[in-house]
Design a binder for this molecule. Structure first.
Ligand code: FAD
Length: 377
């Protein structure tokens, strides 16, 4: 097999990053997305320097496109929910760029997808192709789609999110765990928040218990402020990215928070509400010529803001391994998994606790990882 045909199921952040990284390294892929077209769903994606390093390395104008709408948080600030006391303040923006080679960028998920989509050749991306069945035979892997069509590939990458069909093919039926925590997401024009301090920063209001918090950061070059609030709520289990919540409920749940935090919630006109689901780290996520990346293998709580970053890092390391061993794809996938398992598991578990950088501390082991240069062995 000179150059394997690589099929990627799922054109989310990780799937598209993988297609672009593979192309950069001289390998072709076919990318199958269930949605008929991309919609402006979701809100924020917080890209820490490690994720931006990976995205910038893709080339094809991705980095420049991101910077057309992304905001660059000035600081990472921790404050106490009741007194408002600042318990830590890390400089980001230029300081992060000097230290890690890339800044932190905060962007609407749709703008990140659009920056990636522009770099994926049209002939690679196939929309409206929902993977429903996978079979392996002497002539390779056959991926069957809901519309009755199918595609033969040599390698299959499941980049199809937390409910991955490719994962189910590899591991059988197993379901994500409800964490007992719900998240509210809202976007408010910065102009409505006049007088509220630190709007250019990533600010985390730490609540009375670890799962209760409010995070805010700028989006859309600072024109909007994103608000992300989490709290335990066992009775509510809808996982949707589009389901509206109640702003009155949101305000009442955080009524004891500091007035500056409450001012943010008072400015919300609408809010999305979703239950948070996770899975435990996997001992292995590849078999033969089939593997997984991103949320398909290591979905995590949002408390370290690494879900998208880990998917993008996976994509780059996977592409590098396949480019290094194009004639031995199964070995390349094993090496990809070994290179990624420890880091992703550590971040998956660390994200559960919600104490990341609470009292300052050193973020280097997460932020300085460069997926383009990290040793492959
Ligand atoms: P995902 O981004 O989940 O991408 C998976 C892709 O696979 C999706 O495009 C999905 O449609 C596709 N897919 C699923 N099943 C199949 C199938 N059987 N066949 C073909 N394609 C399939 N995170 C945030 O922090 N903030 C947000 O606002 C936010 N909004 C989101 C909105 C949506 C619609 C989705 C799907 C995810 C959202 N996320 C959000 C999650 C975040 O994007 C991911 O956690 C992270 O980026 C990991 O990316 P991923 O590529 O592994 O998975």
């Amino acid at each position: 097999m000179a150059s394997p045909l690589i099929g990627i199921s799922g054109a989310g952040i990780g799937g598209m990053a993988a297609a672009i990284a593979l192309r950069k390294l001289g390998l072709e892929s076919v990318l199958f997305e269930q949605a008929p077209k991309f919609a402006r769903v979701g809100a924020d994606i917080n890209l820490t320097p490690n994720a931006v390093l990976a995205l910038d390395g893709l080339g094809m104008g991705v980095g420049a496109e991101l910077r057309k709408t992304a905001a660059r948080p000035t600081h990472r600030i921790s404050r106490m929910w009741d007194t408002g006391e600042e318990t830590s303040r890390l400089e980001m923006a230029n300081a992060a760029e000097e230290r890690y080679g890339a800044p932190q960028l905060t962007i609407h998920r749709a703008d990140l997808l659009s920056a990636l989509e522009q770099a994926v050749p049209a002939s690679t991306l196939h929309m409206g192709k929902r993977t429903v069945n996978i079979s392996e035979g002497a002539d390779g892997i056959t991926v069957a789609f809901e519309d009755g069509t199918s595609q033969r590939v040599d390698v299959l990458v499941g980049a199809d999110g937390i409910h991955s069909t490719v994962r189910k093919y590899l591991l059988g039926d197993e379901y994500p765990d409800f964490t007992g925590v719900v998240a509210y997401r809202a976007v408010v024009p910065a102009a409505k928040l006049e007088g509220v301090p630190n709007l250019g920063a990533f600010t985390k209001w730490w609540g009375p218990i670890p799962e209760t918090q409010i995070v805010t950061f700028p989006l859309n070059l600072g024109r909007d402020i994103f608000i992300f609030a989490t709290i335990p709520q066992d009775s509510w289990r809808h996982e949707s990215w589009t389901m509206p919540g109640s702003v009155e409920e949101l305000r009442s749940l955080y009524a004891d928070f500091h007035p500056e935090a409450r001012a943010l919630l008072d400015a919300c006109d609408e809010v999305l509400k979703s239950a948070l689901y996770v899975r435990d780290p996997l001992p292995s996520w590849s078999r033969g010529n089939v593997t997984l990346l991103g949320d398909a293998c290591h979905p995590m709580m949002p408390f370290m803001a690494q879900g998208a970053g880990m998917a993008i890092e996976d994509a780059v390391v996977l592409a590098r391994q396949l480019a290094a061993l194009p004639e031995q794809p199964a070995e390349a996938l094993t090496r990809y998994e070994s290179a990624r398992r420890e880091r992703t598991a550590k971040i998956q578990l660390g994200s559960r606790g919600n104490n990341w950088l609470k009292d300052g501390g050193n973020a280097d082991w997460v932020y300085e990882y460069n997926s383009w240069t990290v040793p492959l062995a």
